[in-house]
Ligand binder design. Sequence first.
Ligand code: GLN
Length: 226
Amino acid sequence: GLLNLAKAEPVVKVGVDTTFPPFEMQEHGKVVGFDVDLVNAIAKAEGFKVEWHTMDFQGLIPALQTGTIQMAVAGMTITPQRAQVVYFSKPYYHSGQSILVKKDSPIKDLADLKGKTAATKLGTTADIMLSKMKDIKVERFTNIDDAYNQLQNGGAQAVVFDNPVNINYAKTHKNVHTVGKLLTGEDYGIAVSKQDPRLLEKVNAGLEKILQNGTYLKLYRKYFGD
Ligand code: GLN
């Protein structure tokens, strides 16, 4: 049903895809990451409580449409197609796609992927982009870890995915690196059900507050700063 924001400390059901580190991941059974801290900070600033609902990336927009959740945070790229069916907050993170390969690979850019296999995550902007390229064979996985494993075991010659997640993987796997320029420019937004325009206002107001008061910068440094 509709969210009653007049109630003291309303509870907002937030969908999250926990296979997008360092934005969202599971640690000791808990949902953690930049996006999680971000939404918790917004909720605190705007006086609502958060109930986390873990699901596949593919399931988030349908769950917003049916009302199972009221909000979703998943490093979700703001696209015109998605914006037809859900609201997006103001952008909170600028990103783009990159190519991850083994360090001994001759692949340097998208053109080198002709006739090769690229692994990625199902239903993401990387999937949508790769699907338009007839010369590249695409393998799609629900969990991005399976795409990285496919690269490691030689089943794919590259992973094409959101650059910060590729970089995060390369930090702990020294045999791979990203190559070339970013393939896209994308902005992440928090998705809100079209049933809840007032929740969208709260999310944008909270985001503005934490950008102003230094909380956003603190979180950014915690997850991305060196
Ligand atoms: N940014 C990408 C998209 O929106 C990937 C998001 C994700 O895998 N959680 O499609």
